[in-house]
Design a protein around this ligand. Structure first.
Ligand code: LHQ
Length: 261
């Protein structure tokens, strides 16, 4: 038996989930899909876990679906079922989990791997990392949310060119196009990402969860609907202890001690 395909490391307030098949650039297998879902569900169920950090071991972030042995003699590939059973629930979970998910893209992110990174809430990339919509190179269409995230983050023209050419995009260009929050020097990626995770984990977690909900709802909403949503969220969050703590800390000129409540 090999090592687990997702390494989970617990720190004060947050967990790091590292995709772990470095010899295959962390390409997804069914086992990895299942272990990643289990890790996300366990994190969500733990009240002490208030932020997540997703990364990869070795020189790659994730090379997408493992292409080894996917064709079985006499069988038609059932990609729709694979997506619906494994990948789409993971994408939904990353977006719906009510805590910040940071992605530290440590190397190449291709195919599904690229789009898992784009699904995360705040994406940091190592300067040597790159993003490839590799699907077209093997005669597929982007999945795992690629056709949703790319036009929204980068605009229709860039989304189309990236998806149609499958060209490799450098981390610097990904930052310029708004696909990632920040590019950092390779040696600074994990220190910077863990600093951010620890800082968000000490934040007002319910606020952060609702911020995520509101920002993601906005692309399907009118302004009127979004104003209604903001009103509803603010009505609820304003009853919480962290709001009182935040205001008290400001008035008392001290750092707030948020409980995530
Ligand atoms: C791999 C892989 C890999 C197996 C590198 N599989 N071994 C599709 C279908 C079903 C439903 C769900 O959704 C999807 C979505 C998808 O993700 S489709 C897209 C699948 N991914 C790709 O097409 C990317 C394939 N990989 C590459 O193009 C290159 O490996 C990249 C550009 C990512 C990296 O290139 P290099 O840095 O030159 O590394 P390498 O190619 O030498 O890879 C290192 C090893 O990892 C190598 O094995 P080896 O035994 O020769 O050392 C590769 O064969 C292996 N590997 N990706 N997806």
């Amino acid at each position: 038996m090999g090592e687990t395909t997702v390494l989970v490391t617990r720190a004060e307030g947050y967990r790091t989930l590292a995709l772990n098949r470095p010899e295959r650039l962390n390409a997804f297998t069914g086992e990895m899909n299942r272990e990643l879902m289990a890790a996300l569900q366990e994190a969500e169920a733990d009240p002490n876990c208030r932020a997540l950090l997703l990364t990869g071991t070795g020189r790659g972030f994730c090379a997408g679906q493992d292409l080894e042995g996917i064709f079985v003699e006499g069988e038609t590939p059932a990609l729709g079922r694979t997506l619906e059973t494994f990948y789409n629930p993971l994408l939904r979970k990353l977006r719906d989990i009510p805590m910040p998910v940071i992605c530290a893209v440590n190397g190449v992110a291709a195919g599904a791997g690229a789009n898992f990174a784009l699904a995360c809430d705040i994406v940091l990339a190592a300067r040597s990392a790159s993003f490839i919509q590799a699907f077209v190179k093997i005669g597929l269409v982007p999945d795992c949310g690629g056709t949703y995230f790319l036009p929204r983050l980068a605009g229709t023209q860039r989304a189309m060119a990236l998806a149609m050419t499958g060209d490799r995009l450098s981390a610097a260009d990904a930052e310029r196009m708004g696909l990632v929050w920040k590019v950092v020097d390779d040696g600074q990626l994990m220190p910077e990402a863990t600093r951010l995770a620890a800082s968000l984990a000490a934040g007002p977690t319910r606020s952060l969860g609702l911020i995520k909900q509101a920002i993601y709802a906005s692309s399907g909403n009118t302004l009127a609907a979004q104003l209604d949503l903001e009103r509803n969220l603010q009505r609820e969050i304003g009853k919480g202890a962290d709001y009182r703590e935040g205001v008290s800390a400001f008035l008392e000129k001290r750092e707030p001690a948020f409980k995530g409540a």
